[in-house]
Design a protein around this ligand. Structure first.
Ligand SMILES: CC(C)(COP(=O)(O)OP(=O)(O)OC[C@H]1O[C@@H](n2cnc3c(N)ncnc32)[C@H](O)[C@@H]1OP(=O)(O)O)[C@@H](O)C(=O)NCCC(=O)NCCS
Length: 243
């Protein structure tokens, strides 16, 4: 049996997922091989379609391609921005396809960790022990998630970020690259921790924090804090986020 995958999102995140799936296939000796049928995207840029083709796989068209895809298909949701990923995930529910769990061979998920459908863990991502990860969580290169932490649905932990033990990241949180969240803190729904920030206090829902120690930025001053509006059949161009 082969796992047939279609990657949703021709942007950087989707193409990084492709690289990991290709590695998984190379490691699938005696196990189930993976086959990427191609990419779908409702609002691809010409550049991204060209980049997909340079990977040697087809660009299949908009997400409605999934309605008539072959039986047994799984979907890898390669949308980096948490809120956009949530909306795309909801829009894809109409197709009733299972989400692929894509864990790089050099990622580490420790004992008694549980995760929801669609987990993506890039190379070097480390989840230690007794951690709960929600649906469609993305753990990017070399990030760490400490013991007893709970991450909600559609959370992204970006490259080299460190989430300490006993933390709680609510649904849709993004922890920026190289940021740290100190032990036991809670980051509220859809909050953004800016790159390089050190979170020393709980972060309220919907807040963007930056700096060391992390402090909220002035309301409306951060693009990532703006709501993401996704059309019924796909995603808008505003965010084509690599992770
Ligand atoms: C914090 C963040 C959400 C702000 O986004 P934004 O509103 O688009 O930010 P802008 O680029 O318009 O910058 C606004 C101001 O905040 C500053 N700023 C931006 N990000 C900052 C950060 N992480 N720490 C400190 N200051 C930051 C800018 O220097 C700028 O200051 P100025 O007005 O004095 O020139 C974003 O910069 C960030 O850190 N995102 C994380 C992204 C990430 O991890 N990507 C990894 C992809 S793999």
């Amino acid at each position: 049996m082969t796992t047939d995958v279609v990657i949703v999102g021709a942007g950087g995140m989707g193409r990084e997922m492709f690289g990991v799936i290709r590695l998984l296939d190379a490691h699938a000796v005696g196990a189930q091989p993976w086959r990427v049928l191609g990419f779908v995207d409702d609002y691809p840029t010409e550049e991204n379609v060209a980049r997909v083709r340079r990977l040697g796989v087809p660009f299949l068209g908009p997400t409605r391609w999934l309605a008539d895809g072959p039986a047994g298909l799984t979907v890898a949701l390669g949308v980096g921005h948490p809120r956009l990923r949530r909306e795309t995930d909801r829009a894809l529910a109409r197709y009733g396809l299972p989400a692929a769990t894509v864990v790089h061979p050099a990622a580490e998920i420790g004992p008694d960790c549980v995760f929801g459908e669609g987990l993506f863990a890039a190379g070097g991502a480390r989840v230690t022990t007794n951690v709960v990860l929600g649906r469609q969580v993305h753990l990017n290169q070399n990030c760490t998630v400490g013991h007893d932490s709970v991450l909600g649905d559609h959370v992204s932990v970006n490259p080299l970020a460190a989430v300490s033990g006993y933390c709680r990241l609510d649904d849709g949180v993004m922890v920026g690259t190289t940021a740290a969240v100190l032990p036991g803190l809670r980051v509220g729904r859809d909050a953004v921790v800016g790159a390089g920030a050190c979170v020393t206090r709980d972060v309220p829902a919907g807040t963007v924090v930056t700096g060391v120690p992390a402090r909220p930025v002035a309301p409306g001053s951060a693009a990532d804090a703006r709501p993401v509006v996704v059309p019924a059949h796909g995603r808008q161009d505003e965010v084509d986020h690599p992770a």
